[in-house]
Design a binder for this molecule. Structure first.
Ligand code: ATP
Length: 240
């Protein structure tokens, strides 16, 4: 594989006294969607937070766009071009939707064409543009969180369970926006438990267990092999 946008080599992360990441090796190719999968509690979110610098890697190396970012501050990683959509959304309740969106723009105001795209992908945000974000529904907050991360072009997007807890109709809206982002050639590392979304979006997949990546390959291979799914994740995707 030539020129990955991101690679992790033997990354270990402790949280308090717990050894959570135990030698993660992961490669995210440029311009593709890489799914990060695995059972609950195996370290997917911790991997994303370690890439973003919210947890410090105890050892190992994180390379982004050819540079070693292992010791970089989170803000510097964001400026270098990594966008993060955390599972807990990180919405500021007292600010309006518009003000929350402005926080996603590092290099200047939200560009009109980008705003048009995001508001067509997530029409509820247009309706509530001047409303306090704290009053949005859970699904709308999730849309705002994603839209904020997409407010500017990033070299890499880390997205943690964007469809979690969403009603089916909103899952389709979210999946359509991610498909559009993929069509624009974005590089994405995506944690997603909804397998129909994972199958539809993923180019490649990395499956974690016990703080390590235990399998990498084409998403299509994983999606079509019940045996692999059961062996790696203890379940069959068809049932989900
Ligand atoms: N702040 C914390 N303090 C202590 N342990 C933590 C903390 N955050 C995460 N952990 C533990 O780290 C392990 C990995 O958690 P992580 O959230 O990375 O898993 P995950 O694969 O994303 O799980 P899920 O699919 O359930 O979201 C879990 O055992 C979790 O309990």
């Amino acid at each position: 594989m030539s020129d990955p946008i991101l690679s992790l080599s033997a990354v270990y992360t402790d949280i308090a006294q717990y050894h959570i990441l135990q030698g993660v090796d992961l490669v995210v190719p440029r311009g593709q969607v890489t799914m990060l999968l695995g059972r609950n509690g195996v370290g997917k979110t911790t991997t994303l937070k370690t890439i973003m610098g919210q947890w410090a890697a105890k050892s190992g190396q994180i390379q982004f766009g050819g540079a070693d970012i292992t010791q970089m501050a989170t803000s510097a990683r964001a400026r270098a071009g990594i966008g993060f959509v955390p599972e807990d959304m990180g919405i500021f309740s007292d600010l309006t939707v518009a003000e929350n969106m402005a926080l996603g723009c590092i290099s200047g105001p939200l560009k009109p064409e980008r705003k048009d795209w995001l508001l067509s992908a997530f029409p509820a945000l247009a309706t509530f543009w001047e409303a306090e974000a704290g009053n949005l529904s859970g699904g709308q907050k999730q849309m705002l969180s994603i839209a904020r991360a997409l407010a500017e072009d990033r070299k890499l997007y880390l997205i943690d369970e964007p469809t979690k807890g969403l009603a089916p109709a909103i899952v389709s809206t979210m999946a359509a926006a991610l498909r559009e982002l993929k069509a624009q050639g974005a590089s994405i590392l995506l944690v997603e438990q909804n397998f129909s979304v994972a199958k539809a979006l993923g180019d490649s997949a990395a499956v974690m267990d016990d703080g390590r990546v235990i399998w990498t390959g084409e998403m299509a291979e994983l999606a079509t092999s019940k045996d692999l799914q059961e062996r790696l994740m203890g379940l069959s995707m068809e049932a989900h």
